[in-house]
Design a protein around this ligand. Structure first.
Ligand code: GTP
Length: 170
């Protein structure tokens, strides 16, 4: 029969890295150059059809601003999947992403599926973080890795599809 799954998914990462933009690209197929900064967190749902299964994602898009960091555990607690996002044009955001990875690995559910996502791949001329740096960090820490662009839609559906496929296997 057709397997129906429901999964809590959380996005974490520095402010301005494109968390909301990735979700809106996936959920609505839209992108805005003027996306407003998230306050607290935002909630979205989206159903994804896979072979012989559907996954309903309950998506918590957290705010990257420092003042909201203490709220993050509420959102990653009980999550089946986490997407930690950095911006390829900001080395600082890559450093911040590593801190989120460590925090989630220490506190979240051990079977959690985590993706490290290098967003804004369309801004190649402003790149500060080499593809290999993200890829190696992900490999060393047992994460999956993708470079995305919410603007061009590069790898965005692939990201959620890969998470759905991994959830289906559990
Ligand atoms: P907080 O809510 O503050 O944590 O930010 P966020 O991580 O949700 O980032 P948001 O989606 O609000 O995007 C921040 C800015 O980056 C906006 O101006 C977006 O238009 C822009 N942006 C997001 N993704 C991309 C991308 O892939 N490429 C480019 N060029 N700009 C992007």
């Amino acid at each position: 029969g057709n397997k129906r799954l429901q999964a809590k998914l959380v996005l974490l990462g520095d402010m301005g890295t494109g968390k909301t933009s990735l979700v809106l690209r996936f959920v609505k197929g839209q992108f805005s150059e003027y996306q407003e900064s998230t306050i607290g967190a935002a909630f979205f749902t989206q159903v994804l059809s896979l072979n012989e299964a559907t996954v309903k994602f309950d998506i918590w898009d957290t705010a990257g601003q420092e003042r909201y960091h203490s709220l993050a555990p509420m959102y990653y607690r009980g999550a089946a999947a986490a997407i930690v996002v950095y911006d390829i044009t900001s080395m600082e955001s890559f450093g911040r992403a590593k801190k989120w990875v460590q925090q989630v690995q220490r506190h979240a559910n051990p079977s959690l599926i985590m993706f490290l996502v290098a967003n804004k791949a369309d801004l190649e001329t402003d790149r500060k973080v080499a593809n290999e740096e993200g890829e190696e960090y992900a490999k060393e820490n047992g994460l999956s890795f993708l470079e995305t662009s919410a603007k061009t839609a590069q790898n965005v559906n692939e990201l959620f599809y890969e998470i759905g496929m991994e959830l289906k296997e559990i």
